[in-house]
Design a protein around this ligand. Structure first.
Ligand SMILES: Nc1ncnc2c1ncn2[C@@H]1O[C@H](COP(=O)(O)OP(=O)(O)O)[C@@H](O)[C@H]1O
Ligand SMILES: [Mg+2]
Length: 423
């Protein structure tokens, strides 16, 4: 069996195992020599923990970056994006341009968010500016809609704070951290229902940034018609698009699972709103994804043994503005429908073709850029090296062919970049 890739996983999902077996790879246990480990986020924490002192060798690959949580924890994602905005502003980047009310023209793509309890006072200040707004409380360390609730009065948050202080004997430090975000109360509705997008983005390196967008994302619909009415604030079937929530609804459809493909959404929008605004919307979605990755790239441990497939949650509002809601490190590989199973099997297949070229034992010393033929349903979303080379070339041309030296290699984005600078 020499020469065959040895795999391990602690996630018992058939879409993974079938893909490994199809390639003739050999299953081993964690304690044996392995080349490829598809692991849960708990395991990656142990794998790279200081106590463990575990060092991966050149022929080993894992499916998370060690500190992926900089992007995938709700509080840290916002913190990093806020820091990125300030940095852009300091550098005088045109990306950080603001309108007359002091709002970022381009970098305002996450709903206003505060950490609780740390930023409680800042939150109260903001709340008082627009007391009729609705806010959404989300525990930082949970997923699948667990622990989320909506509020529209300060008294509700005071009650939450009191309850969480007195509900147990846990110390202040182990008390659960929350984020509170402005609730997007004007979502784009289709058939009267709210939905969000689940998009898959593969990152193979952060410095330089190289990321791929999966063409087969989908929309997840609520089962109950949307209303911003305060009497329905507690009805999670109206407000939360998570399948884990909606599948318990009376009107959940087992056949389509409340899902639409992104290409269906595109067709729907092209026919109801027109081609131009639809293209603009998708361009903006791609743009905010790249910005979110750029925001965390400097703090990411760019370990060469790592890649990661993120599940992006995006909400589109009724003005066709996309909002980044959160990024998941372990997007669900559970199949809720037959189509879902095919999609997730193909997703894993395409990831493996990119990160394990030809299914051979990995060699992290080689820095291969996969040829377009192996990308499957992925397309290159952003390649920092190519963008910089492109920027340098444009610079060169604009200076009448004079070499531009060090300065010339800076690829400064101006405003929201045009499609051509993505590749
Ligand atoms: N700021 C917001 N405005 C509107 N809807 C939101 C907002 N934040 C979250 N949601 C809804 O709640 C769902 C769950 O929130 P999310 O942040 O993705 O947490 P989870 O980790 O539990 O999935 C989202 O898929 C979306 O439908
Ligand atoms: Mg989510």
């Amino acid at each position: 069996m020499a020469g065959k890739l040895k795999w391990v996983t602690d996630i018992e999902k058939s879409v993974l195992i079938n893909n490994f077996e199809k390639r003739g790879w050999v299953q081993v246990t964690e304690s044996e020599d392995w080349n490829f480990y598809w692991m849960s986020v708990q395991t990656i924490r142990n794998c790279f923990s200081v106590e463990n002192g575990f060092r991966l060798s050149d022929d080993q690959l894992v499916n998370h970056f060690p500190n992926h949580y900089e992007l995938t924890r709700k509080d840290l994602m916002v913190k990093n994006i806020k820091r990125y905005r300030k940095e852009q502003e300091k550098e005088g980047s045109p990306l950080a341009e603001k309108d007359e009310n002091g709002k970022y023209l381009y970098l305002d793509f996450v709903p206003v968010t505060f950490m609780l309890p740390a930023d409680y006072n800042l939150f109260v200040e903001e709340f008082r500016k627009s007391p009729s707004s609705t806010w959404i409380m989300k525990p930082c360390g949970k997923a699948q809609g667990k622990g989320i609730f909506l509020i529209n009065k300060l008294s509700q948050i005071k009650k939450w704070s009191r309850d969480s202080k007195t509900s147990s004997f846990v110390s202040q430090s182990s008390k659960e951290a929350y984020v509170i975000s402005l609730y997007i109360d004007n979502p784009l509705l289709i058939g009267g229902k709210k939905f969000d997008l689940r998009l898959y983005v593969l990152v193979t390196t952060y410095r330089p940034l190289k990321c791929y967008m999966y063409k087969l994302g989908f929309c997840r619909f609520c089962t109950v018609k949307y209303t911003p009415s305060t009497s329905e604030l507690d009805n999670m079937f109206v407000h939360l698009t998570n399948v884990a929530i909606q599948k318990h609804g009376d009107d959940y459809n087992q056949v389509h699972g409340g899902k639409w493909t992104v290409s269906n959404l595109r067709l729907y929008l092209e026919s109801t709103r027109g081609r131009e605004v639809t293209d603009k919307l998708f361009h903006e979605i791609h743009w905010i994804i790249v910005q979110s990755l750029k925001a965390v790239a400097p703090v990411m441990n760019n370990d060469k043994h790592c890649f990661e497939c993120y599940g992006y949650d995006i909400i589109i509002d009724d003005k066709l503005k996309p909002w980044l809601i959160e990024v998941n490190a372990s997007p669900s590989l559970t199949s809720s429908t037959a189509n879902d199973r095919i999609l997730k099997y193909n997703l894993i297949n395409d990831i493996l073709n990119i990160v394990v070229p030809n299914g051979e034992i990995p060699d992290c010393k080689l820095n291969k850029l996969p040829p377009t033929e192996v990308l499957g349903h992925y397309h290159l979303l952003y390649d920092e090296e190519a963008a910089q080379a492109d920027g340098a070339e444009r610079d060169l041309k604009s200076r009448g062919g004079q070499p531009t030296g060090v300065k010339g290699s800076r690829a400064k984005d101006s405003g929201r970049p045009a499609m051509t600078t993505w590749k």
